[in-house]
Design a protein around this ligand. Sequence first.
Ligand code: FMN
Length: 326
Amino acid sequence: MFTGTLPFNARRAEIPYIALAPMEGLMDGVFRELLTAVGGIDHCVTEFIRVTQQVFPEKVFYRLCPELYNGGRTKAGTPVHVQLLGSNPELMAGNAAKAAKLGALAIDLNFGCPAKTVNRSQGGAVLLQYPDLLNQIATAVRQAVPSHIPVSAKMRLGFKDKTLALENAAALEAGGIQWLTVHARTKTEGYKPPAYWSWIAEIRKKVAIPVLANGEIWTPAQAEQCQRESNSDLLMIGRGLVATPDLGRIIKEPGYEPMSWQQHLELMVTMADQLPHLTDKQLTDRLKQWLHYFSMHSAEIKAVFEQVKRERERAPFFAALADLSN
Ligand SMILES: Cc1cc2nc3c(=O)[nH]c(=O)nc-3n(C[C@H](O)[C@H](O)[C@H](O)COP(=O)(O)O)c2cc1C
C-alpha cells in the first residue's frame, strides 16, 4: 500500500503539470540542470537504466542520476525520477530497491522504448504484447520499494497496434503503480506525428490513477489541444522542451516574455562550461544537436545551423552563434 504523497497534489488548479520526458542520449544530468533552472518543469525522469543480468553497483545509478548526490533533485530543486528498463521482475525489483536506497524520489518503469537492440533483449515497447508480464514487473517493483516512494510507468499505446492499450494500463494499475505516463503512439508509429491524444482519454476512463499525456507537444496551442483531447492536465514534454527551453513557462505563465536568442546562447555557453572534459569535436557535436532543435522554430537560427554544422572547434562555433545576437 502506497503511503507517500503524489507530486500532482501540490499543484495549483488551472495550471497544467509539466514533466520533462526521459530522453536517452540527450537528456542527461547537465541538460536537466539547465532546463530546470529555466523553470516551468515539475519533475524530470532519467535516461533509462537497462536491467538485463544484475543489480547494478551504486556508480551506475550515480552516473545516470547525478542528482542522487543532491537528494534526488536538480540544483533548481526539481525532483528527478530514476527510470529502469527490463523484463525480469526480480532484477527490476532489485535495481529499484537499490535506486530507492540511494535516495531516488520515484521509480519509473519504461515500457515504451522502440529501439531494436533493447526490444531484442526483451525490454521497452516489446513488453506491451504481454500485459501479465507488465503486471508482474510492476508488482515486484512496488513490493521492493519502500511504501512512501512512488512507482510509475511509461508506456506507448501498443507494440504493433493499439488493441492492448487499455489492458496494459489496467495491468500496470493492478500492479500497484501510482501514475502512468502514456506516449500516445504505438512502437510501430515511432515518432511520426500525429500523437493520438484521445486514446489517453480512453485510458483515463479505464484506470483510476493519474495519467500523464505525452507526445508531440511543441507549442502552447498543442499543450491546450492535448489537454482537451486527453482529458488530462498532467503533461510530459520531451523534444518540445529541447527546442523551446522555456516552453513550460510559456504554457504556465500568462504574460511571460519568451527567451531571446541571447538567452538561448547563454544556455549553450553554460552547457559548454559544464562539460570541460569534452573535446571540441564532442562539445560542438552536442551543441549542434541542440541548435538543430532550436532551428525548428526560426529560419534565422536554421541559417546559422547550416553555417556551423561542419564547425568542429569551439571558438569559431560560438563566434558564429554570437553574430546572430548582433
Ligand atoms: C532521443 C530520444 C530518447 C528517448 N529516450 C527515452 C527513454 O530513455 N525513456 C523513455 O521512456 N522514453 C524515451 N524517449 C521517448 C520520450 O520520452 C517521449 O515519450 C517522446 O519523445 C514523445 O514525446 P515528445 O514528443 O514530447 O518528445 C526518447 C525520445 C527521444 C527523442
